[in-house]
Ligand binder design. Structure first.
Ligand code: GLC
Ligand code: MG
Length: 424
């Protein structure tokens, strides 16, 4: 079910809209801060789970729009669909289990008797999820009456109200909390229960996540009234749950810090990597740091100086070659010269660089093979290269790596039209 050999050090289970993703932050700053933190310190031994109300299609639309990382597991449609891995293999066992005392046609028939229930779009209607919009003041009464009627028809359902507008009818055994409990049980039976689990949410359908036993929880600062109310009625003074003072992904980072679950300073918040040495042997950290420097250089967020150029050169072995995604091979000298001339060519906040799916394996005593998907976006344009880097660690400084070889290939559909704009 997951790519780790042992138990995850940390499993983060996060909602997407208004939790991982801040729709009021067009630059996605807090999301990118989380991404850098995750890839630098957690990706290699921890698990990322997205748990969203969105259907698979609507989730893909969000992925195309926002710089979301690739999760290890995706729980969609309010805990009615579970998909594993990058290729998103559906968990058929889960969907089958949800058929118990569930009949979608009966739900549609009974709900159609309430004119106040406005059906959501087709994209959000799923085999085990029937969804509507309804005003806050009417929701409570409808939930009561509808539950009774569906019970009389032999169904066992759960009705969830979220964001002061969305009403979902699901099988009783479904929901974000039940889906997480199912995953935890699977991990446990494989002897791979994560050492810690942190759940994060903002709205009504996330309440269940926070009530799963033995997990830490964050309600982001911008959490909806219905979640805060549920918390004060059911979970008040539970020391394992915080209401963050930070919005969205910044609130998740705050949660990691509050519960002492691991590093909580995003590399994006470190201005000077020379002064702020990190004591870990992890080539993933090196990759994140390098591409942040690259972003800052091209944006001219850092000044053009011989010291910076020196630091850039020191990343590479003198015989390093780069296979550019267009197929040409470059010697490192050429790349260093080009880097120098590109200072500030992408000024302003339109240019962003981030890495996803950083994985590394030690293939020799001091040699590592590192892979990642490296993304660049510039305004509305988005590019990605699958990047493989051969690195060696320096004997005297094992957490300092030197790059021996870099090979890049365009990710299908995300190539640059003018190869000159893509350096490394
Ligand atoms: C997401 C889904 C929607 C659902 C809501 C609350 O917005 O797209 O169908 O009703 O979450 O769970
Ligand atoms: Mg949400």
């Amino acid at each position: 079910m997951d790519r780790l050999n042992g138990s995850a050090r940390l499993m983060i289970v996060s909602d997407l809209d208004s939790t991982m993703v801040d729709h009021d932050d067009p630059q996605n700053l807090s999301l990118l801060r989380f991404n850098a933190l995750w890839e630098a310190y957690y990706r290699h031994d921890s698990l990322l789970v997205f748990s969203t109300g969105r259907s698979p299609d609507s989730y893909q639309l969000l992925r195309a729009e926002k710089p979301l990382l690739t999760p290890d597991i995706t729980v969609m449609s309010v805990g009615t669909e579970i998909a594993c891995g990058e290729s998103m293999v559906p968990d058929a066992g889960w969907e089958q289990y949800l058929n118990q005392r569930w009949d979608r046609d009966i739900v549609v028939e009974e709900t159609s008797k309430f004119p106040e229930l406005l059906p959501q779009s087709e994209i959000d209607q799923r085999p085990h999820k029937v969804s509507f919009y309804v005003e806050k003041d009417k929701a409570l009464k409808i939930i009561g009456v509808l539950s009774e009627r569906l019970e009389k028809r032999g169904l066992d359902v759960k009705i969830i109200y979220s964001s002061g507008i969305a009403l979902d009818v699901l099988p009783r055994g479904a929901g974000k909390g039940q889906a997480l409990a199912y995953l935890l049980k699977k991990f446990e039976s494989d002897g791979k229960l994560p050492a810690s689990t942190l759940v994060c949410g903002d709205s009504g359908n996330d309440a269940e996540l926070l009530s799963v036993p033995q997990v830490y929880g964050v309600m982001v600062s911008n959490a909806q009234e219905e979640l805060l109310q549920w918390y004060s009625e059911n979970m008040r003074n539970n020391p394992s749950i915080i209401h963050a003072t930070e919005r969205c992904a910044a609130g998740i980072i705050q949660g990691i810090g509050s519960f002492c679950l691991g590093p909580n300073v995003s590399p994006r918040d470190i201005r000077d990597f020379q002064k702020c040495k990190v004591d870990i042997v992890n080539p993933g950290y090196d990759v994140v740091k390098f591409y942040l420097f690259y972003e800052r250089w091209r944006r001219a967020d850092i000044q053009k100086s011989t010291q910076h150029m020196q630091n850039f050169k020191s990343v590479f072995h003198s015989s390093c070659t780069l296979v550019h995604p267009s197929g040409t091979e470059q010697h490192i000298h050429q790349c260093v010269d080009e880097m120098e001339s590109l200072h500030g060519d992408r000024q302003g906040n339109q240019f962003l660089v981030w890495v996803d799916r950083v994985s590394s394996s030690q293939i020799g005593l001091d040699t590592w093979l590192v892979k990642c998907a490296k993304w660049e976006s510039h305004g509305a344009e988005k590019y990605c290269c699958l990047t493989t880097i051969l690195m060696s660690s320096k004997a005297e400084l094992p957490n300092d790596f030197v790059w021996l070889h870099v090979h890049q290939t365009w990710l299908d559909g995300y190539g640059v039209k003018q190869p000159g704009t893509w350096l490394i």
